[in-house]
Design a protein around this ligand. Sequence first.
Ligand code: NAP
Ligand code: MG
Length: 402
Amino acid sequence: MEKIKMTTPLVEMDGDEMTRIIWKMIKDELLTPFIDLETDYYDLGLKHRDETNDQVTIDAAKANMKFGVSVKCATITPNAARLKEYDLKELYKSPNGTIRAMLDGTVFRAPILVKGINPVVSKWNKPITIARHAYGDVYKNTEMRIDRPGKAEIVFTAEDGTVTRQTIFDFKGPGVVQGMHNLDASIESFARSCFTYALSVKQDLWFATKDTISKVYDGEFKAIFERIYEEEFREKFEKAGIIYFYTLIDDVAARLMKSEGGFVLALKNYDGDVQSDMLSSAFGSLAMMTSVLVSPKGYYEYEAAHGTVQRHYYKHLQGELTSTNSVATIFAWTGALRKRGELDGIDELCEFADKLERATIETIESGQMTGDLTLITEIKNPKKLSTLDFILAVRRTLEKML
Ligand code: NAP
Ligand code: MG
């Protein structure tokens, strides 16, 4: 069989620990035998980030902006323990944070559904993707303990000196008070990322806030989404046969439980924090959760939602056989390859991505899986495979399909 050719390189960001091991296995066993894989390679492994004073992360993000699509391996976000372990020059920022800040994107997380690994809500037969706004609100707040009677106010001093003030509360006794903010520009780019992503997966977009109570603050989120939808996306949505639907956050919580899935749910920062943890555990496993960063300019960065699986890596270093789940990392590659294929008009690449995903799912559905899944599956007598043996099993399923 002739290998599939690519015309634009995929930006490849290598990473750390167990996921770095998995990364190479996926490339060797599932990709390079079938594709003339062209990548623009950046080593975001912690050692190399340290050697380059983290310049490699910036270079990788720039390459992402140049070529459009990247695939990223999980990376260590250094803390005090890592500083010692890797003898680092400094505590570098999270690569994901650096890349997100440069690409100005929104992260979309979607579960990978497999028969036999059933969501807690039995009606969910299609994935629900969460898009969480990652700027401002309570995560960038100013708060104060009030320890005596007095008046709390919001005061805005304009650059020209004009002062606007409003009373928050006349305290008769102790309490608490909090101030927070957001920016039109950030909400606009969040909205554009959500509309762009929903179009790219051809799924409805839901957006929810609490604008009945927070009439100005949440009202602004609602208004910005509506304006951008009308001005830039309504026609495209109608053509794609998908809808944009706005409702209240509590209404969404209730609707979620009765839905079948198959839509993108955009949420404000706090709502997204709560709902994404709820959804990822309700769908089964962090190792079965994909993640893609979509910038309003149409740059895409694909990765797994989990980390570097440190505990398994230490076992691996001691020569023990591991059973680490590679599914989300495989899907990071297929997501990126499919997007590259779409942008470059290479149908074979898109079809290959579809087949590799199906091969991965069918392998699990046939009862062959890693240890994390044998613990939660309803498939009878599942076979627990090692990290490499699972990838080899996927290869056998894939080769039968090709
Ligand atoms: P983690 O790597 O996600 O792993 C936490 C635990 O979840 C594992 O110990 C394992 O449980 C289970 N798990 C996660 N992924 C799995 C997989 N693919 N297969 C099987 N089990 C899996 O999180 P962490 O241990 O808290 O963080 C490790 C490092 O990852 C940290 O240095 C952190 O900075 C980094 N991190 C990176 C990213 C990213 O790059 N996007 C995201 C999160 C964390 P058991 O041990 O019970 O088997
Ligand atoms: Mg959380």
